[in-house]
Design a protein around this ligand. Structure first.
Ligand code: CMP
Length: 355
């Protein structure tokens, strides 16, 4: 069991498994399929189901041994992915049996950070979204009412009641325009134009609220993560709260696997790096290793000259990078830290550091 760790299979592999299962379900709805092809597809479905059984067993096992955060949704999805097809297999006869495997549509929700992010954005923007939805409902009802009054005599079969006119209002407000119901009168056409333009405005508002919500949430998450990383670099502990907020916004996190090249000798350098965790190796004539809390890449940044040495990750290393424009900001908000960086650059170059 531990050799094949299903709970650890990556999100993309999980999505691939669900995609194979769902495509098989779709293929099985094709009429006039030969018995042999059908059998192969059903075996494929059984294979995906078996993988999900193993995944469920491991999810339940892991829950007993560790405190799994956010595992309630994962467990529910895993249980449904196994139970629903099994119940269908036992109690449903005929071609519809395989349709129940469509419950695997829920699998991408499992462990997905995106859906968690979406949930937070929706809950944060709920007030605004409800506001725009209310406008949508008001315009929808108003459009159906106006269309009913204007068109009911000319087209009683399509606009003879407000509920009937509501279909036209939805199709027009969403700018879908199936064309199955068209106002005949001049006033009706003016109304249709106004409803379409209102629809475009309302959808733009929805899109704007969601886009802003996503942007702010992602920025907030980046800020919180950077804040925690910055706490691991002693140099920044000298900063006041205002400068700290500025530097947290300016730094970009990056993880380099062991052996990865971070910068090459001779390249232009427009950023420097702070080591949050791990070690890097500097390929100077007598190689040097730098560890947690140290920084490098400052020489090219300050002098504008090419990189003086190749720097690679000796272990997996977590870095924060600072671009030259942001280094100027650091220099003015915290000259003390900028001075330490400049003096270190001078020492490494073999010059005499300023005192
Ligand atoms: P830079 O020249 O931008 O890129 C390579 C980096 O390696 C350099 O900046 C320094 O940060 C670092 N480096 C160069 N020489 C030494 C040294 N002798 N000791 C420690 N770090 C060094």
């Amino acid at each position: 069991m531990s050799a094949l760790s299903f709970s650890k299979i990556s999100a993309s592999l999980n999505a691939l498994l669900a995609a194979i299962g769902l495509l098989t379900v779709a293929a099985l709805t094709t009429p006039d399929m030969s018995g042999q092809t059908r059998l192969i597809l059903e075996v494929l479905l059984a294979g995906v189901w078996a993988a999900y059984v193993l995944q469920l067993i491991e999810t339940l096992f892991m829950q007993r041994t560790r405190e799994a955060r956010g595992s309630a949704l994962e467990t529910t999805v895993d249980v449904l992915a196994v139970l629903v097809p099994m119940v269908a297999f036992l109690f449903v006869r005929g071609r519809d049996q395989s349709l129940f495997c469509a419950v695997w549509l829920l699998k991408p929700l499992r462990g997905s950070t995106f859906f968690r992010l979406l949930g937070r954005v929706l809950s944060k923007e709920a007030r605004n979204l409800i506001g725009v939805t209310s406008i949508f409902c008001i315009v929808l009802f108003g459009a159906a009412l106006a269309a009913y009054i204007i068109e009911r005599d000319a087209q009683p079969d399509k606009f003879g009641s407000i509920p009937l006119a509501m279909w036209w209002a939805v199709v027009t407000l969403s700018t879908t325009g199936y064309g199955d119901e068209i106002p005949q009168s001049f006033a009706g056409r003016i109304l249709a134009g106004l409803v379409m333009m209102s629809g475009i405005g309302i959808f733009a508002l929805w899109a704007g609220i969601l886009a802003t919500g996503f942007y702010e949430e992602v920025r907030r998450q980046d800020f919180v993560r950077n804040w925690q990383l910055v706490a691991g670099v002693p140099l920044f502990q000298k900063l006041g709260s205002g400068a700290l907020i500025e530097i947290v916004r300016a730094l970009r996190p990056r993880v380099v696997p062991a052996g990865g090249i971070i910068c090459r000798k001779g390249d232009a350098g427009d950023q420097m790096y702070f080591i949050v965790e791990g070690r890097v190796s500097v390929a100077t004539p007598s190689p040097v290793e730098l560890g947690t809390g140290s920084f490098f890449g400052e020489m090219a940044l300050i002098s504008g000259e090419p990189r003086s040495a190749t720097v690679s990750a000796a272990t997996e290393v977590s870095l924060l990078s600072l671009y030259s424009s942001d280094f100027q900001m650091l220099s003015s908000s915290s000259p003390e830290i900028a001075d330490i960086i400049r003096r270190t650059a001078l020492e490494r170059r073999g010059g005499t550091p300023k005192t």
